[in-house]
Every structure is written in structure tokens, then in C-alpha cells.
Design a protein around this ligand. Sequence first.
Ligand SMILES: [Zn+2]
Length: 237
Amino acid sequence: MTERIYSTRAYERAMNAIVVEVDRDDGRVLLDRSVFYPGGGGQPFDEGDLVIGDDRLEVVRVTQDSRGVWHWLEGALPPVGTHVNGEIDWVRRYTLMRTHTAMHALCGVVWNRFQSPVTGGNMKPGEGRLDFEIPQWDPEDREPIESELNRQLDLSRRVEVSFLDRDVADQDPSLIRTKVSLLPPSLTEVRVIDIVGLDRQADGGTHVDSTGEVGSIRIIKTESKGKGFRRIRFVLV
Ligand SMILES: [Zn+2]
């Protein structure tokens, strides 16, 4: 299994690692440890390079399975046992961390106002969208949601990562903010992201340590996605 450095140390942008498995058919290598986020929960996988001596191999895709984190490479694959130095595109990743934390903060603000669950979401660096079930939506709601979200971010709330046993997590349905639980049955430990005092939910992604690092956001669009469903799009400013 790959040690998932990104899971507990989101600010690590490079690592030394060893190739433990090579998949020539798919052009990918499994490493013993990684800072590369493999994607999930709406957050895209990290981009970056594996450096071996003077060679720099571009990581074009990152995925995970039961064996660990796979790094998909262009060109020749290093053999098992090779020592590599991995570096992620930090500017892009840090922007994704700020975006992801802003999305959770928006979940908290919408929950506090409407008690509405999230039904979907996605992000790219600096831009996010979330879908909510909000039957009683009024166009007038947009401005107060934006200003409340910016007020919450400006409080520099701490963002904490913790791990709960699955059976403990299952007793707290509020952790699963999506309408349909996305946790696979095989999961024995649930990672929880807590924006202290605002939002707490099961999540695998990478986040900033404080909402103050997000800066402020602007809601650029709200759309109806069918009766009672609302899509909110925002950008970091
Ligand atoms: Zn998330």
C-alpha cells in the first residue's frame, strides 16, 4: 500500500519514493509513498513530475486502487526499485485546496440557512460548483449567501483532519453531506474534514489549514437544475 502523504500533510509538495510495481500495459507505476492526490470527491488529481537523476517524467494522470496510488507517465517507465523524487504542481494544487475548502464552507452556509443537503459538485482550480436541494430558493438568497460565506471565510476558522472508525462514523449521519452516501462498504476508517464551527463532513480531499487562506469568493451564477434543485457556481477572487 502507498503511504498517502497528502491525506495528513496537505502542504507537502514533494517526496522521495521507490517504485514498487510497474504496469507496462497502462504505462503507470505504483510508489511506496506519494504526495500526488489521485482525485476524488470532486477534486481533480494532481499534476507534476517524477525526477530520476537528470530525467524528468511528466505525471499525466493519478489513480488509486486497493494496492495504492498509481502514477501514469509519458514515455519509458522506471523499473521496480528505482528511487524517484516526486514534485506536484504546487500553484495548481494550493489553488485546489483553497477551492475545496471554500466548497465545504459553502456547504456549511447553505446548511445553516436551509438545512439543505448537497446533491453533487465539482471543481477546477479557482472555481467550484455545488448542487443543493433547496425547494424554497428565492433569487434574493444569492447575495446574503455570498456575504455570509465571505464573512465565515474571513473568521479564519481552523480546518482539522481526523479519522473515525467506520462504525463510529456510521452513527453520525450528518457527516455524509451528500444525499446518497458515497462511502464504500469496505471502508473501515472514515476521514473527516472539520471547518471548526461551520461544517464537518467525510472527505478524502486536500484542504488549507485555515479559511483565511481561501481569501474571498464571488458567486458568479445560480441555476435551477430542476424543481427544487439549485446549482451555485463561485470563483475565488
Ligand atoms: Zn470535499
